[in-house]
Write a protein that binds this ligand. Sequence first.
Ligand code: AHM
Ligand code: MG
Length: 356
Amino acid sequence: MAPLITIERHILDQQRLYPQSTGAFSQMLYDIALSAKIIARETTRAGLAGILGASDDQSMNVYGEQQQKLDIFADQMIFKMNDHTGRLCAIASEESDTLVQIPPQFPVGKYVLLHDPLDGSSNIDVNVSIGTIFAIHRKISKGEQGTLEDALQPGRRLAAAGYVVYGSSTMMVYSAGNGVHGFTLDPSVGEFLLSHENIRVPNRAKYYSANQGYEKYWTRGVRRFTKWLQGIEGEGREPLAHRYIGSLVADFHRNLLRGGIFYYPGDMQKQGDVAGKMRLMFEAQALAFLADQAGGYASDGIGNILDIQPHDLHQRVPMFIGNRDLVVTAETFIRDNDPEWVDAYTAFREKKPKFD
Ligand code: AHM
Ligand code: MG
């Protein structure tokens, strides 16, 4: 019988590759796995426990979206599981306006955690897959407390990133810069077991995923690229099948395993949407890191998402992610068709960060 490899054992095995490691990093990934198990339990019991649906106080998050009860639960759970461990110097979440400091009674560590506690929250009420996304940067500032300078680093410098998908089973997928590994939760024993070792994006893509309901807002390049994926534009390739769940984690996960491209472009027509909807720090950096580690690629339409110097914690970013050849083709269509958008977005992308 092949040995069962728990996520704990896998993280420890990875740690042995770095003899100088203090173990703090491995423990942190394990803390996130534990938070994920608790969130998974709540998502499956949500209807029963009476916490399904919009939060009582009808509160809005920083993007003006109504928070769901489960969003708030997941956000607080991740904070509470990680605030006291001495491993983090700050935590930032899609649901909070600013960087959250470690409470003064607890020791301060060497890493910053950025996360989207419950991605795809519009799908909670309708029993469709949702997810948690996380990214970990190393502290680079001199003082004791974590600062925006520590959080606003390019994705290229991530120490680790991953996601949890709460679907027909719960899976955690992570990379600490040494390949992408997937674990499936066995609810009967409460352990994440290694089920997908060293995930690589398949050479042949099967799917394209985008919210085509918004096509009228898209630029000419993105529309032509979509026609190319459908085999209508260009050299008459076989069409890809279309799949769109509306939960980024679930859409990304499917395309990672089956091959394909997910895109959420920046639009010019809809005012203020030059950078689209996805959040650079809480969604895009982590998934771009995983795509890169799995042999794929993530672009904002003009270049690698991992190379963007962030200027704002809640910065939006256009996202094209999946098989490298498809993403590069999207960049080509945009370069050849959308000069106005490229100029407007480049000005946005190159804004300078303010760290004070
Ligand atoms: P959320 O973090 O508020 O849930 O929003 C992010 C979600 C992604 O999971 C998904 O890819 C996208 O928004 C769907 O947006 P749309 O409904 O515009 O297609
Ligand atoms: Mg969210």
